[in-house]
Design a protein around this ligand. Structure first.
Ligand code: ATP
Ligand code: MG
Length: 557
């Protein structure tokens, strides 16, 4: 893919905010990021986080983190914890304490009573099926519930008794009294409160009635003094309802809702429900599996916060639905790591090489650059010894001139070291190559051999001084562009090569890498010391991304 512009174009929400501040409509803006704690955040949420926190930072406003926690059965503390961690990791800090919609359950309950008193809400006893029937369809108006014209007193009494736990789940709900023939179905007397006898991760057993998301969201924004209530396009149809509640209630502020289009990325699925299924069916190893598009998965994969923030700038903010090429996300991390990751050598598929004319037991320290263009990254010393490993793919018994690696009788340079010639191939009884016998030219360190051409430069690791490491080579989880649009469902399109575990050899210093430290393994790609499993005793590296966009090449071929 082509290189995106480095200066991101501005977007309509930035323009709206700037205009609102310049016109004096607001002295200060207030935004919020309102996740439901029913799963781990994904890269789509990162777009919303960067937008909300980013606007607040850019224009000197505030951004709250509010958990919209109206669905206690599906929510948990674990999700609350992971979401806070992800927001911080992306580089953002919410204003004041974390907030919960459940902090406002008292206020919301009082708002419900306010609407009952105004004759704008009623307790309804239709069951779920009858409700659906009465609601009508897009083409047909609904009809009024037989309970719609109860007196204020009766509604107050029933709602109080619902709240006190006198009735069974599903027997009664509180509904807004708006218009059963409204073209917008959201306005056809939507449910405000349901009876649910479950405990809540924040409020425990205090409540057995819970407000609906639609009754909670707008008032929570109002209570927090949110000025720009930013959400994704699917809530556009809910806006008239949110406004109806705000207009009919005595709330402290009038937030204005603005919608933008969700992020969709090809070769992945992006909904908490589907991601939860991948976890539950053990297709991946947990929410932070490095193949997951979750923020914690991308983190474990080796993405940096800056790369995700840059990606979110690159994709922009619009109101039209589109599919972003996953190559753009990969570009963002490759670009960051190219500039910032220290270089190192690791052999993923080791083939033993014995240098016949190098003295047994001798160790010669060679100097290697930390990074080709970064003086601030220290040089490193790497041991050269009589036996080394090279990658199996870097040797062929015979090959034409296009093969820029080692062949029998040919010569290559060992990166940062000497030129070696392959003299002899040793095979096992099955004909598998198990070792190469090479000779080195002591007069080629840092200079070209006289009068002969070498084929290329390959990477290597000392067999006696290098360390073994587990290297987890990750690739895209799905092998089709739109996994959830395919026949057989997305489960049928898992890339069987999405994780290949290798026993590799790494240069000696690498085992001391910090968890989450990132490297370019020369000629192989970018790798990160696994956040959880890596240790000096048992080094574990994850492949972040290859050096080049190999998928585009294959597809284009
Ligand atoms: P999902 O459908 O994946 O479960 P959601 O919209 O239900 O996501 P919420 O926790 O309700 O998840 O979302 C919190 C905020 O993140 C909302 O404002 C929502 O609009 C936004 N958001 C969710 N998914 C995306 C996405 N793909 N792109 C941009 N913003 C998103
Ligand atoms: Mg949701």
């Amino acid at each position: 893919m082509s290189k995106p512009d480095t200066v991101a174009p501005s977007h309509f929400l930035r323009t709206i905010v700037r205009d609102d501040l310049e016109s004096g409509k607001y002295a200060k803006i207030a935004t919020r990021f309102p996740p439901e704690p029913n799963g781990y955040l994904h890269v789509g949420h990162a777009k919303s986080i960067c937008l909300n926190f980013g606007l607040a930072d850019e224009f000197g406003g505030t951004c709250n983190l509010r958990f919209d926690d109206t669905n206690p059965e599906k929510e948990s503390e674990e999700y609350v914890r992971s979401i806070k961690e992800d927001v911080n990791w992306l580089g953002f800090q919410w204003d004041g304490d974390v907030r919960f919609s459940s902090n406002y359950f008292d206020e919301l309950h009082a708002y419900a009573i306010e609407l009952i008193n105004k004759g704008l809400a009623y307790v309804c006893e239709l069951n779920a099926e009858e409700m659906r029937e009465y609601r009508g369809t897009l083409k047909q108006p609904g009809k009024n519930s037989p309970y719609r014209d109860r007196s204020v007193e009766e509604n107050l009494d029933l709602f109080n008794r619902m709240t006190a736990g006198e009735f069974d789940e599903g027997t009664k709900v509180l509904r807004a009294k708006i218009d059963m023939s409204a073209p917008n179905i959201n306005l056809r007397d939507p449910v405000m409160y349901r009876i649910r006898k479950v405990s809540h991760h924040q409020t425990g057993d205090k409540w057995c009635v819970y407000p609906s998301y639609d009754f909670t969201h707008g008032q929570s924004d109002a209570l927090e003094g949110i000025t720009h209530s930013i959400c994704t396009l699917e809530f556009e149809d809910h806006k008239p309802l949110y406004n109806w509640f705000i207009e009919n209630l005595d709330v402290p502020a009038q937030p204005i809702q603005y919608e933008f289009s969700r992020l969709n990325i090809n070769y992945t699925v992006m909904s908490k429900r589907k991601l939860a299924q991948l976890v539950e069916s053990n297709i991946v190893n947990g929410w932070d599996d490095p193949r997951m598009p979750t923020i914690s998965g991308l983190r474990r994969r080796g993405y940096t916060p800056a790369s995700l923030r840059n990606f979110c700038e690159m994709i922009g903010v619009t109101r039209s639905d589109s599919m972003v090429d996953v190559g753009m996300l990969e570009y963002a991390i490759r670009d960051d790591l190219d500039k910032n990751a220290a270089r190192a050598m690791a052999v993923l598929d080791p083939l033993k090489v014995t240098i016949s004319n190098f003295p047994e037991g001798e160790v010669e320290m060679l100097t290697a650059a930390g990074h080709p263009n970064r003086d601030d990254m220290a040089e490193r010393q790497i041991p050269f010894t009589k036996t080394v490993y090279i990658d199996r793919a870097d040797f062929r018994e015979e090959a034409n001139k296009k093969y820029k690696r080692l062949v029998t009788g040919g010569e290559v340079r060992l990166r940062y070291g000497y030129c070696v010639r392959a003299d002899e191939v040793i095979k096992d009884e099955n004909g598998e190559i198990v070792e190469l016998i090479c000779s080195y030219d002591p007069d080629t360190l840092g200079k070209k051999p006289e009068g002969r051409k070498i084929r290329g430069v390959i990477h290597w690791v000392s067999a006696t001084h290098g360390e073994q490491a587990e290297v987890r080579v990750y690739d895209r989880l799905f092998n089709v562009e739109q996994p959830d649009r395919e026949e057989g469902g997305y489960e049928a399109h898992i890339n069987p090569e999405s994780l290949v575990v290798k026993q590799a050899y790494i240069e000696p210093g690498l085992k001391l890498a910090n968890n989450e430290e990132r490297f370019q393994f020369e000629r192989e790609g970018y790798f990160v010391a696994d956040r959880h499993d890596h240790s000096a005793e048992k080094p574990v590296f994850n492949k972040v991304i290859g050096l080049r966009d190999s998928w585009a090449k294959i597809e284009g071929a």
